[in-house]
Design a protein around this ligand. Structure first.
Ligand code: MN
Length: 251
């Protein structure tokens, strides 16, 4: 089972990097012949990389079921509809749509962001018993950037509670290689041309009310505190390593 979860997580993490045509052809290859005509949508909703109750009690199974199956599904469906209606968008990868989000209609920016952000979010989390640990390199970068792990978490919480309305909080690697924390409104993210703080996200938390309201109601700060119990540090460390390697290659 472990290898399945690793493979599923790796595949899901790779999806945002895959061009749309690869995603569509994969979907087609998994469909029965009679359903091939339904497999033309550019983007797919990947299954969660764990069971819906894997994050309980931090995030309950009903929240996970609705958040993934209804909210994330709606972003994917709306994105596919927008792409199908606009020939200039066809064949572009999710990453390309996100990178140039500010040049497209709001529906593309919102739903491409919604799809990318949620795919990234599911893979940022894992069962509380499997969270792993920060790599020595990541821990050193956090200490260098924020003073300590606790100080980083405090800054992350401040960004999350300070986001008015709906949005996201990110830990990201900036173009200069340094770590930063930022918050984006709605479904924006640091990869977008419109982001105030740009860079490669390595961890993100959803602070829309739909992410926590059933369990935490208006207590967003409590959700932000509890959420660290399900952060997949092995995954975040892996993302940090990749972001720094990519940064070094650009030097
Ligand atoms: Mn959400």
């Amino acid at each position: 089972m472990k290898s399945f979860f690793v493979a599923a997580a790796t595949l899901a993490a790779a999806i945002p990097l895959m061009p749309a045509y690869a995603s569509a052809s994969e979907a087609a290859s998994q469909q029965a012949p009679a359903k091939v005509s339904e497999a033309k949508a550019a983007f797919d909703l990947a299954p969660l990389p764990y069971a819906v109750d894997a994050l309980a009690p931090v995030i309950d199974s009903q929240t996970m079921t609705i958040h993934h199956g209804k909210h994330h599904r709606a972003y994917v469906d709306a994105l596919n509809k927008a792409v199908a209606a606009e020939p200039a968008l066809q064949g572009l990868s999710l990453e390309q749509l996100v990178a140039n989000a500010g040049t497209y209609a709001p529906t593309v920016r919102n739903n491409a962001g919604g799809h990318w952000n949620h795919s990234f979010f599911w893979n940022s989390m894992i069962s509380p018993s499997k969270t792993g640990a920060q790599s020595p390199e990541l821990l050193a970068a956090i200490t260098k950037g924020f003073g300590s792990m606790d100080a980083m978490k405090a800054a992350f919480k401040q960004a999350g509670t300070g986001r008015f309305g709906s949005g996201w909080v990110w830990l990201l690697v900036k173009p200069d290689g340094a770590l930063a924390i930022s918050s984006t409104p709605n479904q924006d993210n640091p990869l977008m041309d419109v982001a105030e703080v740009k860079g490669q996200p390595i961890l993100g938390n959803d602070v829309w009310e739909h992410a926590y309201y059933l369990n935490y109601q208006n207590r967003r700060a409590d959700y932000l505190d509890a959420w660290w119990q399900v952060v997949n540090w092995d995954k975040v460390s892996q993302r940090y390593g990749a972001a720094v390697t990519n940064h070094d290659k650009r030097q």
